[in-house]
Each structure stands twice: as C-alpha cells, then as structure tokens.
Write a protein that binds this ligand. Sequence first.
Ligand code: APR
Ligand code: PHB
Length: 398
Amino acid sequence: MKTQVAIIGAGPAGLMLGHLLELYGIDSVILENRSKEYVIDRVRAGVLEQHVVDLMVRTGVGSRLMKEGLRHEGVHIAFGGTRRRIDFVEHTGKAIWVYGQNEVVLDLIDAREAQGLPLHFEVEGVAVHDIDSEHPSVTYRHEGAEFRLQADFIAGCDGFHGISRPAFPSELLRGFERVYPFAWLGILAHAAPSSEELVYSLHERGFALFSMRTPEITRLYLQCAVDDDIANWPDERIWSELQVRLGTSDGWRPNEGEIFQKSLTPMRSFVAEPMQCGRLFLAGDAAHIVPPTGAKGLNLAVADVRVLAHGLSAFYDGAGERVLRGYSETCLGRIWKAQRFSWWMTQMLHRQSESVDFDLRRQMAELDYVTSSKAAMTSLAENYVGLDLDIPMPRGVE
Ligand code: APR
Ligand code: PHB
C-alpha cells in the first residue's frame, strides 16, 4: 500500500491535516488506534481562535460551526467579589468562538467520510520505519491483518502518549516540561448558561471557570488537588464550591442543573524540540501540551498542520524540502508564545500550593492591573484571540 502522507492519529491535528492535504491535491491515509465513537465522544476544551474558524468556514467544514458555535466578543475575570470584562473586539478587532473540540472532530470525520478518503479506526501496533530515508513506512494491524503503508512523509499527530515522538533518536530530541501542583475537575451540566461570556475566577479557595457548550449546556471547571479522585466530588460538593468560587457580589452565579459528565485533567506545559526528524513530523499534542487556562491546545494543533500542509504542498510543487526544513522553527515561535501565555494565565489564576498569602495578594493586584490598564487588557486580548498566522490558504480557497 502506498500514499503520499501517512497520518498517525485522528484528533484535530491529524484530521485537519488530512483535510488540508486533500485541498492541496495530496493523498493521505489516517490511522487511529481508538474507535470512531471514542474519538467523537471524547470531551475536551471548546474555544476556537478566529484563524481556526476562518479556516473551517473557508475550507467547507464550517457550516455547523456557523449555526451552532457561539461567537464571544469578550471575557470576564472575577476576583475579590467583582467581575470585570475584557473586550476582545475593542482591543484587537477579533473574537473567539465557543464550539466543543469533539464537534470539530465530528465535522472533520464527516467531511472525510463523505469524500470517501481513507480513515481507519481501531488500528493496532502502529510503528514507523526508515524515517531517515526518502521511503519511510508505517506498519500496523487492522481487522486481523498486517499492513505496511509506504509513504513519502509521516505526520505524527498521535497526541502526547503516541508512538511518533518516542521514534525520534533520544540524542536529537529535547523536552521542556513543567508539571503544575494542581488539576482541573471539569463538568458538563444541563443548565442554561447564566452569562453570555466565559468567567475566569480566582478565589482564595482556588480557580474556577464558567464556560458553556450550547444555550442549554453549561461547562464548568474547578481547581482541585493534583492527586484528587472523582469519588471525592459528589454533585453537591461541586456545586457548593462553584457557587463560592464564581459568585460575585452583584448576585451573579452559575445556574445549576443535572451533571452528566465529570472528568479530571492534569495540568502540564511541555514542548519537544525539534518537531521534525527526517521524514517524520510531529504536530499538535504529540509535540506540545499547554495547560488549558489559555484555551490554546486545539488552536496550536491547527496552526502546526497549516504550516506542515503548506510545506508539503511546496514540496509537491517542486520546491524540494526547503520549506519543510523550516517547519520546526516556524511552529516553535508561535508555540513558545502560546506556552508563555498559558503559563502566565495559569499562575495568575490558580491558588498556588500551600498557598502563601503573599502570592494571593500579588495575584489579586495583577488581576486588578490586567483588567484596568488598556495596555494590559490589549496584551491579554491579543494572545487570547490568537497571534497572527501568516500561512496562505490552500489554492482555490477564497
Ligand atoms: N496509533 C494511532 N493513533 C494514536 C496512537 C497510536 N499509537 N496514539 C494515540 N493515537 C491517537 C489518539 O487516540 C488520538 O485520537 O492520536 C489522536 C491524538 O489526538 P489528540 O490527543 O486530540 O491530539 P491533537 O490532534 O494533537 O489535538 C490537540 O487535543 O488534547 C487536546 O487540548 C488538546 O485541543 C488539543 C488537541
Ligand atoms: C471550555 O469551554 O472547555 C474551556 C474554555 C476555556 C478554557 C478551557 C476550557 O480556558
């Protein structure tokens, strides 16, 4: 079996890469080790930068996003009993969209299947070979048979725990990591969102975040212990913590409703350098992880694959590997800025371990500054809506 680009992983990175390559006229095969249902049902974050929304709409996978996505022109930050708003449009001219990552994944799977393009779920034993040659390959098992897929290039879009990053020689790869001493408990509840925009809150009991999915579903998060157990969090405890941490003195508080999903998310910052080894390229969570406080994970994954698809199209247009060789450097500039922003939001909004009261006072002062200085609000807003990405759209896309 042969293809031009073998893609490992059907998360947002792998699926969007396959979609872009199709627009560039480049063949690909996507291999995913989980089932289709698992990939579609996996609940993740839900904030899209304008560049992701524009890309989805302009490349023909944005019609449900336009109908069901929620455009947000600002965000609230709550501390000391008050809520302050930062207006994205006023400060940057851009907005963000709330639309679950699993909805993005569903739209991309639907588009790929409608075009009859190869996307295999529940493959096992995926391994990469000869990545230093011009003829790399991927072996795997599917429905009881063994396969070898020959390709010109391999895209490792297989997340943080995938097999692609470990295939780099250890002397080539350098990892940069910070693990935070807390986690997030996230819930989905059948409750109408009581604010039209997100509310990030720092309270002396810890961080909390109010978000949403639809006009009927509220998404909420609470800072909890790094080794916490979901069994420690019966519904009543979750609601009472959320009310205390999010409620403000003007009487605003989240609406309550039936909780139908609960999960714990560890918090980590990680970057692998470089993101290319021979003909194997890493994209998305395979190469970097951000703590969710800056809402950057999916957006960075999409930025990576735009850069990669552009480099691959230059190769097939006869430019050789020159553009592709710049892949790591082009991506890492944006990634480190997003890492900085995600770390900064995280340290500013979370109660530090064994909390030192000095830190809490310092964080309150920072929040006061960030929500009152025009310069600081502009800085937060331009990072939150996403820094500019100077990659052309595929040919033929208006
Ligand atoms: N073989 C095939 N597929 C694999 C393998 C493997 N050995 N290992 C992992 N995978 C699959 C996973 O099951 C998953 O579907 O690769 C996919 C990686 O997808 P994501 O984890 O969603 O990562 P990515 O596409 O880079 O998207 C980044 O995901 O984690 C969130 O918040 C993060 O929004 C960000 C986004
Ligand atoms: C979400 O809606 O899931 C969400 C929003 C903002 C974040 C993280 C997650 O920073």
